[in-house]
Design a protein around this ligand. Structure first.
Ligand SMILES: Cc1ncc(COP(=O)(O)O)c(C=O)c1O
Length: 410
């Protein structure tokens, strides 16, 4: 691997045109937003290309030319285990692992495995919106224990949480760690409090840890699986390399369930949903990224940290009325626009019609956050600069117009 003069091997500044590749992020503006002029910083999908050493493994698999049924072998479990031991400090016994096409498919299996129609399931909004959908679409009752914002920092309201968890109709808690969209990386102490409550009130904890490889300096990821054996009969982890290496299109995820009873229930729901063998290229991709992707991952994280720094500085210098919630992890920035004092519709107009940006509006993550926008910053810095320049121009133009209206009224 040849390093450049900055000691780096990979170039994340390189812009790659993703148009006309059936890419959800870039190619579906007309279908999803009714227009094609928006710069997309919405869906959690990165604009970075995999390194050649990993592409070589995938190409070799493709070149074989036969893509029949498959199942994971030792090399799959070994590469997964090496990654979890090195990065999160827990070992995975292969018996614990059930392969899934996606994390949200596995989550829906959990809903079906551990609850019945009419049971209550807890989430912490604002949160990744499919959590709510798998609950209500399966006829379960969504219970929200909203995160509260204290001095610009999101926290868990543990008294509200305990009150809701202690309801005997509540059977499942879906945790997002690191949390999308608020960017919290839950501490060991917070996770222990959650796990203790789940055991005490006999609630199953499903920890979605898909963003766990995006942790910024100064923060440490704790997996629910590393809390200790005492909690393992009440929890499981959903995990995947698809965010870390941007291979969501290859559809590979794992439900990691140490407890045998929980695992058998999960596997029954999985079979009931008709899933059995994994995607053959997805299995290869997991092995390859966990075996050869360490350096790329480290450099990508460093680059993302530079993107966070860019956004923070830009907001401080040019956009004093909007507020960045400082992320501890993930490449999704949660930004508060309430300082502009716009209505929710005016904010949407500002983002779409004036700034020509495609973001995820805060309203989709929960009932209280319509004045927030989620920005995906996993793109070359130039793309991010362009997006924030468009935003600044739009805000300047709007404020100018408002001043003219006020001047005319005087
Ligand atoms: C917290 C969280 N879970 C799951 C997913 C989706 O994962 P998958 O495509 O494997 O269902 C995302 C994607 O953004 C996410 O943010």
């Amino acid at each position: 691997m040849a390093e450049n003069s900055n000691g780096k091997v990979y170039d994340f500044d390189k812009a790659i045109d993703r148009h006309n590749t059936n890419c959800l992020k870039y190619d579906f503006g007309r279908e999803r937003k009714g227009r094609e002029d928006l710069l997309p910083l919405w869906v959690a999908d990165m604009d970075f290309r995999l390194p050649e050493e990993i592409l070589g493994d995938l190409k070799a698999r493709i070149d074989h030319g036969i893509f029949g049924y498959t199942d994971p072998k030792d090399s799959y479990f070994d590469s997964l285990n090496n990654w979890t031991e090195k990065h999160y400090g827990y070992s995975v016994d292969r018996k614990w692992v059930t392969v899934a096409p996606t994390v949200i498919f596995a989550l829906a299996n959990c809903v079906n495995a551990y609850t019945e129609a009419g049971d209550k399931i807890l989430i912490q909004q604002p949160v990744y919106y499919p959590f709510g959908e798998v609950i209500t679409d399966n006829g379960r009752v969504l219970v929200d224990s909203p995160l509260k914002i204290v001095n610009g920092h999101y926290e868990i309201d543990f008294s509200d949480l305990e009150r809701k968890i202690s309801d005997t109709e509540l059977k499942l808690f879906i945790l997002c760690n690191p949390h999308n969209p608020v960017g919290r990386v839950w501490t060991r102490e917070e996770l222990l409090q959650i796990a203790i409550l789940c055991v005490k009130h006999d609630v199953i904890l499903v920890s979605d840890e898909i963003h766990c490889d995006f942790i910024y300096p100064g923060y440490e990821f704790t997996s629910a699986l590393s809390l200790g054996a005492a909690y393992r009969d009440h929890l499981l982890v959903l995990h995947s390399p698809t965010k870390t290496f941007n291979i969501a299109g290859l559809q590979i995820a794992n439900a990691i369930i140490p407890d045998k009873k929980l695992r058998l229930k999960y596997q029954k729901a999985n079979a009931a949903n008709g899933y059995s063998q994994a995607n053959i290229v997805g299995l290869k991709a997991l092995e390859s990224v966990y075996t050869k992707g360490e350096r790329w991952h480290q450099e990508m994280l460093h680059y993302l940290k530079g993107n966070v720094d860019f956004v923070r500085d830009y907001i401080q210098k040019h956009l004093p009325k909007i507020r960045l919630i400082e992320p501890e992890g993930t490449y999704l920035l949660w930004i508060d626009f309430s300082g502009l004092e716009l209505t929710d519709d005016e904010l949407e107009d500002l983002i779409v019609d004036r700034a020509h940006l495609w973001l995820d509006p805060g309203a989709i993550f929960g009932p209280e956050t319509a004045q927030f926008e989620r920005f995906n910053i996993a793109c070359p810095r130039k793309t991010l600069e362009k997006a924030f320049e468009q935003l600044k121009e739009a805000i300047d133009e709007l404020e100018q117009e408002n001043q003219e209206v006020v001047a005319q009224a005087i």
